[in-house]
Design a protein around this ligand. Sequence first.
Ligand SMILES: O=C(COP(=O)(O)O)NO
Ligand SMILES: [Ca+2]
Ligand code: NA
Ligand SMILES: [Zn+2]
Length: 305
Amino acid sequence: MLVTGKEILVPAREGKYGVPAFNTNNMEITQAIIHTAEKLEAPVMVQMSEGAIKYGGQDLANIVKDMAQRAKIPVALHLDHGSSYESALKAIAMGFTSVMIDASHHDFEENIRETKRVVEAAHAMGISVEAELGRLGGIEEHVIVDEKDAFLTDPEEAVQFIEQTGTDYLAIAIGTSHGAYKGKGRPFIDHERIEKIASMTTIPLVAHGSSGVPKEITDRFRTAGGEIGEAAGIADEDLTRAVQHGIAKVNVDTDLRLAASVGVREAFMSNPKEFDPRKWMGPARDVMSEIVAHKLKVLGAAGKA
Ligand SMILES: O=C(COP(=O)(O)O)NO
Ligand SMILES: [Ca+2]
Ligand code: NA
Ligand SMILES: [Zn+2]
């Protein structure tokens, strides 16, 4: 069933498990997410970035909403990295049940102002809101945040921010970053910071940049002709620890992108004569489903629907 993000994430924080929020751009990615979550009896969030909305629009949103409504498990449709009040409201008009307003690149006061506006409008329509405080490293959808400007979330500021905005859940910067290159080897996750923020707050916390970039996938990607440098993602054990301390939503995009590309590349490599789209979109879906299943188990969402 299609539900709001709050209905999925409040139980997750209370139950000390995480719910993955996977980005989608088409039918097969959406099927890999929702069908696999159904098989594992897990709640799940499907998110679309502004780029995905540009790419698939209402057509794609309708595929997600319809599949979510028919699903036996709770599913929310979430706007990932909404960059403005207008963007958040447009997503709500499209039927999204959860929206992120990402104003974390503004100063503290401006971030509060922007977020508060969205919270008031979204709550008037019964829609949940995610906000962000702190800056991840890596490339944020619309802001290039290089290492020196990247700053982690201050716990005292987080308490004030939540009180002044009324946001339903909060994305915090704790050492993760977007993309396939999250640092030299295993990225440093500031567990003390997560645990401090969790001890001072009660709303679900969100970890962005949480793809694992598993070696098995990057090896297969290279073997099938893909080119990728020294890629590294967040370790499973860092996620299993983080969800014990307030992290309830875990954003994953890169892993599904890599998995889909492995499926397609392997299909073309193994049969150059193939030109039935189902023969390469199907394998892409299968590899993505393996990644979805792994993440649901690591985060403890399996069996929680
Ligand atoms: O935070 C993410 C995705 O992060 P990854 O690049 O680690 O999948 N989307 O908002
Ligand atoms: Ca941001
Ligand atoms: Na998000
Ligand atoms: Zn993100």
